[in-house]
Design a protein around this ligand. Structure first.
Ligand SMILES: Cc1cc2nc3c(=O)[nH]c(=O)nc-3n(C[C@H](O)[C@H](O)[C@H](O)COP(=O)(O)OP(=O)(O)OC[C@H]3O[C@@H](n4cnc5c(N)ncnc54)[C@H](O)[C@@H]3O)c2cc1C
Length: 372
Protein backbone atom coordinates (compact mmCIF):
# COMPACT_ATOMS: atom_id res chain seq x y z
CA UNK A 1 0.00 0.00 0.00
CA UNK A 2 1.28 3.47 -0.88
CA UNK A 3 1.59 6.13 1.82
CA UNK A 4 0.80 9.83 1.40
CA UNK A 5 1.89 12.07 4.24
CA UNK A 6 0.32 15.48 4.81
CA UNK A 7 2.71 17.45 7.03
CA UNK A 8 0.93 20.35 8.76
CA UNK A 9 -2.71 21.37 8.79
CA UNK A 10 -2.39 24.70 6.98
CA UNK A 11 -4.87 26.32 4.61
CA UNK A 12 -4.03 24.23 1.52
CA UNK A 13 -4.25 20.98 3.50
CA UNK A 14 -7.69 21.93 4.79
CA UNK A 15 -8.78 21.81 1.17
CA UNK A 16 -6.99 18.49 0.63
CA UNK A 17 -8.90 17.02 3.60
CA UNK A 18 -12.23 18.24 2.19
CA UNK A 19 -11.36 16.69 -1.18
CA UNK A 20 -10.45 13.38 0.45
CA UNK A 21 -13.67 13.44 2.48
CA UNK A 22 -15.55 13.48 -0.84
CA UNK A 23 -13.42 10.84 -2.55
CA UNK A 24 -10.60 8.90 -0.97
CA UNK A 25 -8.21 7.12 -3.36
CA UNK A 26 -8.07 3.34 -3.06
CA UNK A 27 -4.98 1.50 -1.83
CA UNK A 28 -3.39 4.52 -0.16
CA UNK A 29 -2.74 5.13 3.52
CA UNK A 30 -2.96 8.86 4.21
CA UNK A 31 -1.45 10.36 7.36
CA UNK A 32 -1.86 13.93 8.64
CA UNK A 33 0.85 15.14 11.06
CA UNK A 34 -0.03 18.23 13.10
CA UNK A 35 1.06 19.37 16.57
CA UNK A 36 -2.48 20.55 17.33
CA UNK A 37 -5.89 19.00 16.75
CA UNK A 38 -7.17 22.27 15.33
CA UNK A 39 -6.09 25.04 12.96
CA UNK A 40 -6.70 28.62 14.10
CA UNK A 41 -7.70 30.84 11.16
CA UNK A 42 -5.41 33.90 11.24
CA UNK A 43 -7.84 35.98 9.15
CA UNK A 44 -10.31 36.01 12.08
CA UNK A 45 -7.71 36.34 14.84
CA UNK A 46 -7.77 40.18 15.00
CA UNK A 47 -11.59 39.96 15.27
CA UNK A 48 -11.20 37.46 18.13
CA UNK A 49 -8.66 39.74 19.86
CA UNK A 50 -11.01 42.70 19.47
CA UNK A 51 -13.78 40.68 21.14
CA UNK A 52 -16.04 40.10 18.11
CA UNK A 53 -15.64 36.30 17.90
CA UNK A 54 -15.40 33.34 20.23
CA UNK A 55 -12.24 31.32 19.50
CA UNK A 56 -14.39 28.34 18.55
CA UNK A 57 -15.70 30.31 15.54
CA UNK A 58 -12.13 30.81 14.28
CA UNK A 59 -10.91 27.21 14.25
CA UNK A 60 -11.09 24.22 11.90
CA UNK A 61 -10.96 20.91 13.75
CA UNK A 62 -8.23 18.96 11.97
CA UNK A 63 -8.63 15.75 13.91
CA UNK A 64 -12.35 15.55 13.09
CA UNK A 65 -11.78 16.50 9.44
CA UNK A 66 -9.13 13.79 9.19
CA UNK A 67 -11.57 11.22 10.61
CA UNK A 68 -14.24 12.17 8.06
CA UNK A 69 -11.64 11.97 5.27
CA UNK A 70 -10.41 8.54 6.37
CA UNK A 71 -7.00 10.01 7.16
CA UNK A 72 -4.90 8.82 10.12
CA UNK A 73 -4.22 11.75 12.45
CA UNK A 74 -0.84 11.87 14.19
CA UNK A 75 -0.68 14.64 16.77
CA UNK A 76 2.99 15.52 16.57
CA UNK A 77 5.49 17.95 15.14
CA UNK A 78 7.77 17.33 12.17
CA UNK A 79 11.35 17.90 13.31
CA UNK A 80 13.35 16.41 10.43
CA UNK A 81 13.04 15.39 6.82
CA UNK A 82 15.35 13.35 4.62
CA UNK A 83 13.91 13.90 1.17
CA UNK A 84 16.58 11.74 -0.50
CA UNK A 85 15.49 8.71 1.58
CA UNK A 86 11.76 9.67 1.69
CA UNK A 87 11.73 9.71 5.50
CA UNK A 88 10.02 12.24 7.74
CA UNK A 89 10.73 12.39 11.48
CA UNK A 90 8.45 13.53 14.32
CA UNK A 91 9.26 14.69 17.85
CA UNK A 92 7.39 11.86 19.63
CA UNK A 93 6.23 9.33 17.01
CA UNK A 94 9.52 8.51 15.28
CA UNK A 95 10.02 8.25 11.52
CA UNK A 96 7.57 7.63 8.69
CA UNK A 97 8.50 6.52 5.20
CA UNK A 98 6.39 7.90 2.37
CA UNK A 99 5.68 7.48 -1.33
CA UNK A 100 4.30 10.99 -1.60
CA UNK A 101 4.73 13.95 0.75
CA UNK A 102 2.84 17.22 0.92
CA UNK A 103 4.09 20.00 3.20
CA UNK A 104 1.88 22.84 4.49
CA UNK A 105 3.51 23.73 7.81
CA UNK A 106 3.58 27.51 7.38
CA UNK A 107 6.44 29.71 8.57
CA UNK A 108 7.94 30.55 11.95
CA UNK A 109 7.87 34.03 13.49
CA UNK A 110 11.31 35.64 13.37
CA UNK A 111 11.56 37.36 16.75
CA UNK A 112 15.33 36.96 17.17
CA UNK A 113 15.88 40.74 17.58
CA UNK A 114 13.32 40.82 20.42
CA UNK A 115 14.74 37.94 22.48
CA UNK A 116 16.02 40.26 25.25
CA UNK A 117 12.41 41.22 26.05
CA UNK A 118 12.12 37.81 27.73
CA UNK A 119 8.76 36.96 29.32
CA UNK A 120 7.18 40.20 28.06
CA UNK A 121 7.49 38.96 24.46
CA UNK A 122 4.43 37.42 22.81
CA UNK A 123 5.33 36.09 19.32
CA UNK A 124 2.42 35.82 16.91
CA UNK A 125 3.35 32.26 15.97
CA UNK A 126 2.53 29.54 16.81
CA UNK A 127 -1.02 30.89 16.97
CA UNK A 128 -1.94 28.29 19.64
CA UNK A 129 0.67 29.80 22.00
CA UNK A 130 -0.36 33.32 21.03
CA UNK A 131 -4.02 32.88 21.99
CA UNK A 132 -3.06 31.47 25.41
CA UNK A 133 -0.53 34.29 25.94
CA UNK A 134 -2.99 37.01 24.92
CA UNK A 135 -5.70 35.75 27.29
CA UNK A 136 -3.18 35.62 30.14
CA UNK A 137 -2.02 39.13 29.29
CA UNK A 138 -5.58 40.48 29.20
CA UNK A 139 -6.21 39.05 32.67
CA UNK A 140 -3.04 40.81 33.93
CA UNK A 141 -4.11 44.11 32.38
CA UNK A 142 -7.56 43.86 33.99
CA UNK A 143 -5.99 43.11 37.36
CA UNK A 144 -3.63 46.10 37.24
CA UNK A 145 -6.15 48.41 35.52
CA UNK A 146 -3.52 49.62 33.02
CA UNK A 147 -1.89 48.43 29.78
CA UNK A 148 1.24 49.42 27.87
CA UNK A 149 1.56 47.23 24.79
CA UNK A 150 3.68 47.41 21.65
CA UNK A 151 3.31 45.61 18.34
CA UNK A 152 6.66 45.39 16.55
CA UNK A 153 6.31 45.08 12.77
CA UNK A 154 3.77 47.09 10.77
CA UNK A 155 2.77 44.73 7.99
CA UNK A 156 -0.91 43.88 7.56
CA UNK A 157 -0.90 41.53 10.58
CA UNK A 158 0.88 44.04 12.85
CA UNK A 159 -1.52 46.85 11.92
CA UNK A 160 -4.58 44.66 12.54
CA UNK A 161 -3.23 43.39 15.87
CA UNK A 162 -2.39 46.89 17.15
CA UNK A 163 -5.87 48.18 16.24
CA UNK A 164 -7.56 45.08 17.70
CA UNK A 165 -5.59 45.34 20.96
CA UNK A 166 -6.34 49.05 21.30
CA UNK A 167 -10.06 48.45 20.72
CA UNK A 168 -10.30 45.56 23.19
CA UNK A 169 -8.27 47.27 25.89
CA UNK A 170 -10.27 50.50 25.71
CA UNK A 171 -13.53 48.56 26.05
CA UNK A 172 -12.18 46.94 29.23
CA UNK A 173 -10.06 49.65 30.86
CA UNK A 174 -10.12 53.40 31.35
CA UNK A 175 -8.83 54.92 28.05
CA UNK A 176 -6.39 57.10 29.98
CA UNK A 177 -4.61 53.95 31.19
CA UNK A 178 -4.23 52.26 27.80
CA UNK A 179 -1.19 52.84 25.58
CA UNK A 180 -0.67 50.89 22.35
CA UNK A 181 2.43 51.48 20.22
CA UNK A 182 3.07 50.30 16.66
CA UNK A 183 6.78 50.05 15.84
CA UNK A 184 7.20 50.68 12.11
CA UNK A 185 10.95 50.12 11.65
CA UNK A 186 10.40 48.24 8.40
CA UNK A 187 7.85 50.80 7.15
CA UNK A 188 4.06 50.81 7.31
CA UNK A 189 2.21 48.25 5.15
CA UNK A 190 5.05 47.71 2.67
CA UNK A 191 3.77 46.45 -0.67
CA UNK A 192 0.40 48.22 -0.41
CA UNK A 193 -0.41 51.38 -2.41
CA UNK A 194 0.22 54.94 -1.12
CA UNK A 195 -3.50 55.64 -0.67
CA UNK A 196 -3.94 52.51 1.43
CA UNK A 197 -0.94 53.41 3.58
CA UNK A 198 -2.22 56.96 4.11
CA UNK A 199 -5.68 55.72 5.04
CA UNK A 200 -4.28 53.21 7.53
CA UNK A 201 -1.96 55.88 9.00
CA UNK A 202 -4.99 58.14 9.61
CA UNK A 203 -6.94 55.24 11.10
CA UNK A 204 -4.13 54.38 13.51
CA UNK A 205 -3.91 57.98 14.71
CA UNK A 206 -7.69 58.38 15.04
CA UNK A 207 -7.94 55.18 17.05
CA UNK A 208 -5.15 56.26 19.40
CA UNK A 209 -2.37 53.88 18.32
CA UNK A 210 1.01 55.62 18.81
CA UNK A 211 3.22 55.14 15.76
CA UNK A 212 7.01 54.94 16.09
CA UNK A 213 8.91 54.96 12.78
CA UNK A 214 12.10 53.37 14.04
CA UNK A 215 13.66 49.97 14.39
CA UNK A 216 13.50 48.54 17.89
CA UNK A 217 15.22 45.64 19.60
CA UNK A 218 14.21 43.78 22.73
CA UNK A 219 15.41 44.89 26.16
CA UNK A 220 14.55 43.65 29.66
CA UNK A 221 12.30 46.72 30.13
CA UNK A 222 10.54 46.18 26.79
CA UNK A 223 12.16 47.86 23.78
CA UNK A 224 15.35 49.74 23.01
CA UNK A 225 15.89 52.06 20.01
CA UNK A 226 19.08 52.71 17.98
CA UNK A 227 19.76 55.99 19.91
CA UNK A 228 19.83 54.00 23.17
CA UNK A 229 16.47 55.22 24.48
CA UNK A 230 14.20 52.63 26.05
CA UNK A 231 10.45 52.16 26.11
CA UNK A 232 9.02 50.32 29.11
CA UNK A 233 6.36 47.92 27.84
CA UNK A 234 4.25 45.26 29.61
CA UNK A 235 3.70 43.15 26.50
CA UNK A 236 5.54 43.16 23.16
CA UNK A 237 3.75 41.40 20.29
CA UNK A 238 6.30 40.38 17.66
CA UNK A 239 5.21 40.34 13.99
CA UNK A 240 8.66 41.10 12.57
CA UNK A 241 8.67 38.69 9.66
CA UNK A 242 8.90 34.97 9.05
CA UNK A 243 11.64 32.36 8.70
CA UNK A 244 11.57 28.72 7.61
CA UNK A 245 11.65 25.93 10.20
CA UNK A 246 15.24 24.64 10.72
CA UNK A 247 14.45 21.13 9.42
CA UNK A 248 13.87 22.51 5.93
CA UNK A 249 17.53 23.53 5.58
CA UNK A 250 18.74 19.99 6.29
CA UNK A 251 16.01 18.20 4.29
CA UNK A 252 17.90 17.93 0.99
CA UNK A 253 15.03 19.73 -0.78
CA UNK A 254 15.95 22.56 -3.13
CA UNK A 255 15.37 25.89 -1.41
CA UNK A 256 14.61 29.33 -2.79
CA UNK A 257 16.79 32.37 -1.94
CA UNK A 258 14.59 33.09 1.12
CA UNK A 259 15.32 29.61 2.53
CA UNK A 260 11.80 28.24 2.01
CA UNK A 261 11.06 25.15 -0.11
CA UNK A 262 11.49 25.91 -3.80
CA UNK A 263 8.40 24.80 -5.73
CA UNK A 264 7.52 25.15 -9.37
CA UNK A 265 4.28 24.76 -11.29
CA UNK A 266 1.62 22.66 -9.60
CA UNK A 267 3.32 23.25 -6.19
CA UNK A 268 5.80 20.44 -6.85
CA UNK A 269 9.27 20.58 -5.28
CA UNK A 270 11.88 21.87 -7.72
CA UNK A 271 14.18 18.98 -6.74
CA UNK A 272 12.06 16.02 -5.55
CA UNK A 273 9.06 15.09 -7.72
CA UNK A 274 7.43 13.06 -4.91
CA UNK A 275 7.28 16.16 -2.66
CA UNK A 276 4.74 18.98 -2.89
CA UNK A 277 4.54 22.10 -0.74
CA UNK A 278 2.08 24.99 -0.47
CA UNK A 279 1.44 28.07 1.66
CA UNK A 280 4.09 30.06 3.51
CA UNK A 281 6.50 27.10 3.72
CA UNK A 282 6.92 27.18 -0.07
CA UNK A 283 8.25 29.77 -2.52
CA UNK A 284 7.18 29.64 -6.15
CA UNK A 285 10.43 30.10 -8.03
CA UNK A 286 8.65 30.41 -11.39
CA UNK A 287 6.05 32.97 -10.21
CA UNK A 288 7.14 34.60 -6.93
CA UNK A 289 4.39 36.12 -4.78
CA UNK A 290 3.90 37.47 -1.26
CA UNK A 291 3.51 35.04 1.61
CA UNK A 292 -0.11 35.38 2.68
CA UNK A 293 -3.07 33.21 3.48
CA UNK A 294 -4.83 34.06 0.22
CA UNK A 295 -2.16 32.22 -1.77
CA UNK A 296 -2.18 29.26 0.60
CA UNK A 297 -5.97 28.95 0.22
CA UNK A 298 -5.86 29.32 -3.57
CA UNK A 299 -3.19 26.63 -3.88
CA UNK A 300 -5.48 24.12 -2.13
CA UNK A 301 -7.49 22.88 -5.15
CA UNK A 302 -4.39 22.48 -7.36
CA UNK A 303 -2.50 20.74 -4.58
CA UNK A 304 -5.40 18.34 -3.96
CA UNK A 305 -5.69 17.50 -7.65
CA UNK A 306 -1.94 17.06 -8.08
CA UNK A 307 -1.55 14.74 -5.09
CA UNK A 308 -4.31 12.52 -6.49
CA UNK A 309 -2.87 12.72 -10.02
CA UNK A 310 0.60 11.75 -8.80
CA UNK A 311 -0.75 8.76 -6.87
CA UNK A 312 -2.19 7.30 -10.09
CA UNK A 313 0.65 8.38 -12.37
CA UNK A 314 -1.27 11.15 -14.16
CA UNK A 315 0.50 14.41 -15.12
CA UNK A 316 0.12 17.31 -12.73
CA UNK A 317 -2.12 20.31 -13.36
CA UNK A 318 -0.64 23.80 -13.64
CA UNK A 319 -1.45 26.35 -10.93
CA UNK A 320 -0.98 30.02 -11.69
CA UNK A 321 -1.04 32.13 -8.50
CA UNK A 322 -3.12 35.29 -8.88
CA UNK A 323 -1.13 38.47 -9.56
CA UNK A 324 -3.03 40.71 -7.13
CA UNK A 325 -4.87 39.95 -3.95
CA UNK A 326 -7.62 41.60 -1.96
CA UNK A 327 -6.89 42.56 1.65
CA UNK A 328 -9.62 43.46 4.11
CA UNK A 329 -7.91 44.89 7.17
CA UNK A 330 -9.88 44.88 10.42
CA UNK A 331 -9.50 48.19 12.25
CA UNK A 332 -10.67 47.39 15.78
CA UNK A 333 -14.41 48.02 16.03
CA UNK A 334 -16.62 46.25 13.47
CA UNK A 335 -15.01 48.17 10.60
CA UNK A 336 -12.41 47.32 7.96
CA UNK A 337 -10.29 48.92 5.24
CA UNK A 338 -10.08 47.49 1.73
CA UNK A 339 -6.75 47.29 -0.09
CA UNK A 340 -6.98 46.18 -3.70
CA UNK A 341 -4.25 46.90 -6.20
CA UNK A 342 -3.54 50.35 -4.73
CA UNK A 343 -7.24 51.25 -4.39
CA UNK A 344 -8.79 51.70 -0.95
CA UNK A 345 -12.12 52.25 0.75
CA UNK A 346 -13.57 51.12 4.04
CA UNK A 347 -16.05 51.37 6.90
CA UNK A 348 -18.64 49.19 8.58
CA UNK A 349 -19.75 47.73 5.22
CA UNK A 350 -16.20 46.44 4.60
CA UNK A 351 -16.24 44.65 7.97
CA UNK A 352 -19.59 43.03 7.09
CA UNK A 353 -18.05 41.87 3.80
CA UNK A 354 -14.93 40.51 5.55
CA UNK A 355 -17.04 38.86 8.23
CA UNK A 356 -19.20 37.17 5.56
CA UNK A 357 -16.16 35.91 3.61
CA UNK A 358 -14.40 34.60 6.73
CA UNK A 359 -17.46 32.89 8.21
CA UNK A 360 -18.29 31.29 4.85
CA UNK A 361 -14.69 30.04 4.57
CA UNK A 362 -14.79 28.46 8.02
CA UNK A 363 -18.31 27.07 7.63
CA UNK A 364 -17.21 24.52 5.04
CA UNK A 365 -14.86 22.90 7.58
CA UNK A 366 -17.45 23.03 10.38
CA UNK A 367 -20.01 21.27 8.17
CA UNK A 368 -17.51 18.63 7.07
CA UNK A 369 -16.30 17.86 10.60
CA UNK A 370 -19.80 17.86 12.17
CA UNK A 371 -20.69 14.79 10.12
CA UNK A 372 -18.71 12.52 12.49
C1 LIG B 1 -2.82 38.12 12.75
C2 LIG B 1 -2.67 37.68 11.33
C3 LIG B 1 -3.64 38.00 10.42
C4 LIG B 1 -3.51 37.59 9.09
N1 LIG B 1 -4.50 37.93 8.22
C5 LIG B 1 -4.38 37.55 6.95
C6 LIG B 1 -5.42 37.89 6.02
O1 LIG B 1 -6.42 38.52 6.38
N2 LIG B 1 -5.26 37.49 4.74
C7 LIG B 1 -4.15 36.79 4.33
O2 LIG B 1 -4.06 36.44 3.16
N3 LIG B 1 -3.17 36.46 5.18
C8 LIG B 1 -3.26 36.82 6.48
N4 LIG B 1 -2.26 36.49 7.34
C9 LIG B 1 -1.12 35.66 6.87
C10 LIG B 1 -1.52 34.20 6.99
O3 LIG B 1 -1.76 33.88 8.34
C11 LIG B 1 -0.46 33.23 6.49
O4 LIG B 1 0.04 33.64 5.27
C12 LIG B 1 -1.13 31.86 6.36
O5 LIG B 1 -1.49 31.39 7.63
C13 LIG B 1 -0.21 30.85 5.70
O6 LIG B 1 -0.92 29.66 5.61
P1 LIG B 1 -0.18 28.27 5.63
O7 LIG B 1 -1.18 27.25 5.25
O8 LIG B 1 1.06 28.35 4.86
O9 LIG B 1 0.33 28.05 7.13
P2 LIG B 1 -0.36 28.18 8.54
O10 LIG B 1 -1.69 28.82 8.47
O11 LIG B 1 0.68 28.80 9.41
O12 LIG B 1 -0.58 26.67 8.98
C14 LIG B 1 0.51 25.82 9.23
C15 LIG B 1 0.02 24.60 9.96
O13 LIG B 1 1.12 23.69 10.11
C16 LIG B 1 1.27 23.31 11.48
N5 LIG B 1 2.69 23.13 11.73
C17 LIG B 1 3.62 24.06 11.95
N6 LIG B 1 4.83 23.51 12.14
C18 LIG B 1 4.64 22.17 12.02
C19 LIG B 1 5.51 21.05 12.12
N7 LIG B 1 6.81 21.18 12.37
N8 LIG B 1 4.98 19.82 11.96
C20 LIG B 1 3.66 19.66 11.69
N9 LIG B 1 2.81 20.69 11.60
C21 LIG B 1 3.29 21.92 11.76
C22 LIG B 1 0.66 24.47 12.27
O14 LIG B 1 0.23 24.02 13.54
C23 LIG B 1 -0.50 24.86 11.35
O15 LIG B 1 -1.61 24.02 11.58
C24 LIG B 1 -2.37 36.88 8.67
C25 LIG B 1 -1.38 36.54 9.60
C26 LIG B 1 -1.53 36.92 10.91
C27 LIG B 1 -0.46 36.57 11.91
Amino acid sequence: MKRLILAGGGHAHLHVLLTLARKKPQGVEIVLISPFGRQIYSGMLPGWMAGHYQLDQCVAYLERLARVAGVRFVQDEVIRLDANCSLIGCAQSGEFGYDLLSIDTGAMADTSTLAATGARLLPIRPLEAFVVGWERQLANFIQTGAARLAVVGAGAAGVELALAARHRLTTMLDKAHVEVFLIEGGGLLRGHGDQVVQRIARELTTRGVQRIASRAAGSPAGLVFPDGSELAIDCVIGTTGVVPAPWIASSGLARADDGFIAVADGQRSASHPQVFAAGDVATRIDQPHAKSGVYAVRAGPALSANLLNTLVGRPIEPHRPQRRSLYLLATGPREAIVSWSGWTSGGAWAWRWKDWIDRRFMKQYAIASSST
